[in-house]
Design a protein around this ligand. Structure first.
Ligand code: DGL
Length: 275
């Protein structure tokens, strides 16, 4: 198996591009290979088994492309598939390769942003049901109270390009009100889904004044930079020509049209058939 190649960045659809955008700003020298599994997105309402099988299939594809390091830039995949892939699959299929997620680096730092010791997590059904955030945050900030709200409709709204529509207001307002009913002392809200930064303006409209809204892109980028310093054996296998390649499992033209909103630059993708 080829061990030298780009850093793989994966999401169920477009959301991971909000993370890739920040990673590229922080670490522009590396080559990146992005895969959006748009044909099977959203993952958020799917079972553990399904998300695990889809994610593993995509991770193996990254490995076949020579990636030694793959970032699951998707909270749902990080919550439902990462641990099994790291503990059961990697030792068998590619013990020298690494797969990292976005929940751990976020959990390591989120507690430092709160003065009240109460943090709200907005995420997909799957991420909320997995309890990954309360569990991981509890390891680093045992005193911090974690409140969660599953925002069932937010990913479909973003994927359908309806995130700026009036219809989106109904769902954003409802979920924001719900989370502050659960914990009125919350002073930090984490966007625990990589699609949600696109809804940032609307979310801010409905949030109480003074509450801090945190996206994951910069956190993940900083954490990756640190990881690469601490793991020279992986870093040396990441190619460095500043190249970016994009793949989607669905329509290339739809992906290219929509991806720019997330990535901030024009994107030219290729199709990947996983069936
Ligand atoms: N972007 C993914 C996440 O961070 C979500 C997606 C989905 O429901 O497919 O959770």
């Amino acid at each position: 198996m080829n061990n030298s190649g780009p850093i793989g960045v994966f999401d169920s659809g477009y959301g991971g591009l909000t993370v890739l955008k920040e990673i590229v700003k922080t670490l522009p020298q590396y080559n990146y290979l992005y895969l959006g599994d748009n044909a099977r997105s959203p993952y958020g309402n799917r079972s553990f088994d399904t998300v695990y099988h889809y994610t593993l299939q995509c991770v193996k594809w990254f490995f076949d492309q020579g990636c030694s390091l793959v970032i699951l830039a998707c909270n749902t995949a990080s919550a439902k598939a990462l641990r099994t892939i790291q503990q059961q699959d990697l030792p068998k299929v590619a013990p020298e390769k690494r797969v990292l997620g976005v929940i751990r680096p976020t959990a390591e730092i989120i507690g430092t942003f709160s003065e009240t010791g109460s943090v709200g997590i907005l995420a997909t059904n799957g991420t909320v049901a997995s309890e990954s955030y309360p569990l991981e945050i509890g390891k680093f900030f045992p005193e911090t109270k974690v409140y969660q709200e599953a925002c069932t409709m937010w990913v479909p709204l973003v994927e359908a390009n309806e995130h700026k529509s009036h219809g989106a207001d109904y769902f954003v307002k409802k979920n924001i009100e719900n989370i502050f009913e659960k914990g009125e002392e919350i002073d930090v809200i984490l966007l625990g889904c990589t699609h949600y930064p696109l809804l940032k303006e609307k979310i801010e409209e409905y949030m109480p004044v003074g509450v801090k809204l945190v996206s994951q892109g910069e956190i993940v980028a900083e954490s990756l930079a640190d990881y690469l310093i601490r793991h020279p054996e992986i870093e040396s296998r990441c190619t460095k020509n500043g190249q970016r390649q994009f793949y989607t499992t669905d329509s290339v033209s739809d992906f290219d049209n929509h991806a720019t909103i997330f990535y901030g630059e024009p994107v030219c993708s290729k199709h990947l058939d996983l069936e």
